[in-house]
Write a protein that binds this ligand. Sequence first.
Ligand code: ADP
Ligand code: MG
Length: 452
Amino acid sequence: MYDVWKNALEFIEQQISPANYSTWFEDTSILSSENGDIVIGVKNSFHVKQLRSRYVDLITKALENHNIKVNSIDFEIKTSHKPKIRSREITISSELLKNRIKNIKKTKDHTHHQTGLNSKYTLENFVIGSNNDLAVSAAKSIIDAPGTRFNPFFLYGGPGLGKTHLVQAIGNALLNKNPDLKILYTPISDFYSDFIDSVKLGKGKDFNLKFRKLDCLIIDDFQFIVGKEKSQEEFFNIFNDLYQLNKQIIITSDRLPSQIKSVDERLASRLTWAGAFDLQLPKFEDKCAILRAKAEAISAEIEPEAIEYIAENVNTNIRDLEGEFSTILLMSEVRGLTPLELINNGSISVNKTSRLKKVTPKQIVEKVAKYYNLTIKEMCGKSRVTHIKTARQITMFLLSKELSLSTNKIAAEVGVKDHTTVMHGIKKIENDLKLNFTLRDQIEEIKEKIYG
Ligand code: ADP
Ligand code: MG
């Protein structure tokens, strides 16, 4: 039971202030747990009262997070069997006491090892779809056998597509399996500010140790390493040391390492030694599945048609999808109408819908041509020159993604004969987008021009 409580405490510590944590949870332990009736030992009757009135829910959540069945939670005063130490003894055995304090500090360190993980991110609440299935299967294999096949695990993709969620879920699952694992999740920005602090304070050694003792290091948003040369060097060293010891390394980024400016080439190639996995924009079915799962998780009532409406109209990312979903639910509560009623009476207009309606195929064709300094005639002609052909394919891609035009209609707009050429063109851009971040930026810029 000890490990379980240790983990539960870690969770609780993340949820409340340090002062509250140390007042109410220091020196607590689980005294018994039969059939989900959990008894927690605390210091005195005041603590019993306070914990009972304020913290039962949080404790329940913390335990359930670690798959412990909870029926009831109660508190009892722990009786201490330790003999009281008289003052004379203290002076005599001060050496002993020092050692004891050292030991306590050690265990405390271990107990409160800060993982940086947020237990709300799990694999169970990560919906698997065509946009992420490969990455998820790699994630599962890491949970089964960390530090082996997918090491390092490099996960990339645009904002709001689930990178943080997925890598934190791996961390949480590893910790669930083995609570003794030393796992650290840190955005790269925290990594370099910690590093700079440690250098300033002359604590480089502590910094070193903190990372080198890890079993699993999770670095989020690696693209922000740009321009931080010293930190990059330090990271490279840590990476190599952990890698040599077969410790699991997990990295997310919005682009491939080779597309991050000023990243050392050797580091860049090492980061993708075990391949690179990407998260893509969810398709309509994926979006519906995510929304259904979110609704189920909070027992919200929402009509399937309303879910489809949101899925169809939010084309940016999953974060925005969640945002629209929450807005509609909140509005439905406030107005006393169901989500579908709100949609039908026009109270809801998802941003992207109103945006889409204003744009015509012609405008998209014009904007792309202009962006690439081509005339429409040039772009929609027969030229096979690479940059012209690419512009044409980007137009096809945008007509399909932004306006959902059929391939036949797209063919007519861009002046190609048949729809298989269009299908090929769209596929080509979709594939290129995985690896080519410049292209991603360009398409974003073109969209800005189209809608801006
Ligand atoms: P990123 O780190 O790529 O910017 P996040 O991991 O923060 O994206 O994801 C944005 C939001 O979308 C989070 O609230 C996350 O829980 C949710 N989310 C992303 N992908 C999924 C998924 N497949 N299933 C459920 N929720 C998801
Ligand atoms: Mg993120």
